[in-house]
Structure formats: C-alpha cells, structure tokens
Ligand binder design. Structure first.
Ligand SMILES: Cc1cc2nc3c(=O)[nH]c(=O)nc-3n(C[C@H](O)[C@H](O)[C@H](O)COP(=O)(O)O)c2cc1C
Length: 207
C-alpha cells in the first residue's frame, strides 16, 4: 500500500512538473510576439511628399515600407491627373493595383499614407483598402495636402478598414503642383516635419 502511495505521489508530482513547464513555455512564447509587433507602412505618392513622410515614420518606428502603385501608369500631366481622378471618384472607379503585400496577415500595426486628392482619398488607396482585411489591426493614417487640408482622407481610411483600431492621424502640408512646388518635404522643411512626427508618435503612444 505504502509503495502504491509513493508511486501515485511520484506520478502526480511528474504531471505537475509537466503542466508547470508547459505553462512557462507558453508564457515565454507569447512574449516575443508582443514585443516584435510587426509594422507595415504603406503609402501612395505622386510627387514624393507622402513618400517622404512614410520614410521618416519608418526611420522612427521600423517596419516594412510599401508603395501603392497602379497597374496602368497615371498621367504625368497634373491637369490630366486632376481630371482622371475626379472622374474615378465621381464614378467610383477603382484602378487595378500592381502592389501586392506579401504576408499581410502577419502585420498588426499598419500606417496608411495618402495625399489629399480633390479633398478626398485617391481611388488607388480606396482600391488598396478594399483588397485587405484590417480587422483586429491597429491602423495609423497620415496625409499630405496642398494647403486645403486632409478633407475626407482620414474618414475614408477609417471606413475602409472595418474592424481596425484607427488611431489619430497626422496631416502635413506638402507640395503645391499648381504653383510648381512638387516635393516640399525636403531640407529644413523635412527637419520640421520630422519633429512634428516625433511629437505625434509620442502623443498616440506609438514610439
Ligand atoms: C490630382 C490631385 C488633386 C489634388 N487635390 C488637392 C486638394 O483637394 N486639396 C489639397 O490641399 N491638395 C490637393 N492636391 C495637392 C496634394 O495633396 C499635395 O501636393 C500632396 O502633398 C501631394 O502628395 P505626394 O507628393 O505624395 O503626391 C492635389 C494633388 C493632385 C495631384
């Protein structure tokens, strides 16, 4: 009888040790996933301003940088792009994209950058939003504009990323192609924008 009790106690102790080890292993496995939260910075840019902001964000938070590109080349001429974009927005035409984000599911924080076009989101970005599932992800919008502001860019990003936790975005004055100013976020202006981005990232607790 004594022997049976000893055997049973030993088996019990061994089971407890196994369960304990499994719990510890599980906890340890979870930690790195939290720490290595994967970041994607995706942006659309014609004249480089939104791209400059995207690159600054990447310098500060790391992650992968992806440019949204259409299959068909966009008009190089400003007035032609204005006209084509307006038609696409009015008729809700979305251009086909060349861009394909590999392993999209593996990202949990996604910065989405777009310029203001006709006070709204360029349709290429609308196309991008419709192609991926953002549920459960953290979305951080950013924008550049020519002086009239963000328009409906952030609200459209929020609508297009259903189920995501959308944080407060940053909107920055970029180029004014109508006045011949293409890339404005360079040199000293880039330093100023960099400081603004630092303050914003701190405020939304992403740095
Ligand atoms: C087709 C088109 C439409 C635009 N519409 C607006 C607008 O409605 N309001 C505004 O403030 N800027 C407008 N802009 C200016 C851009 O938002 C601004 O130059 C921005 O910084 C460009 O970003 P990018 O250099 O990344 O392309 C427009 C530019 C283009 C090409």
């Amino acid at each position: 009888m004594k022997r049976i009790i000893v055997i049973l106690t030993t088996i019990g102790a061994l089971i407890a040790v196994f369960i304990g080890a499994a719990i510890v292993r599980n906890t340890n496995e979870k930690e790195p996933t939290m720490k290595n939260s994967k970041t994607l910075i995706v942006y659309y840019s014609r004249t480089g301003n939104t791209k400059a902001v995207a690159e600054l964000i990447q310098e500060k938070v790391g992650g992968d940088l992806v440019q949204i590109e259409t299959k068909e080349a966009r008009p190089a001429n400003y007035q032609e792009e204005v006209a084509q974009n307006e038609q696409e927005q009015t008729e809700q035409i979305v251009p086909e994209l060349k861009t394909n984000v590999a392993h999209f599911d593996s990202y949990d924080r996604i910065f989405i950058g777009a310029p203001t076009w006709n006070m709204a989101l360029p349709q290429a970005v609308t196309a991008f939003l419709s192609e991926y599932d953002f549920a459960g992800k953290t979305v951080v919008p950013f924008n550049t504009h020519g002086g009239y502001g963000v328009g409906s860019v952030f609200s459209q990003i929020e609508k297009g990323t259903n189920g995501a936790d959308v944080l407060e975005g940053i909107s920055i004055k970029g180029g004014e192609e109508t006045k011949g100013v293409l890339l404005a976020i360079k040199g000293n202006e880039k330093n100023k924008v960099s400081n603004k981005i630092d303050a914003w990232l701190k405020e939304i607790q992403q740095q």
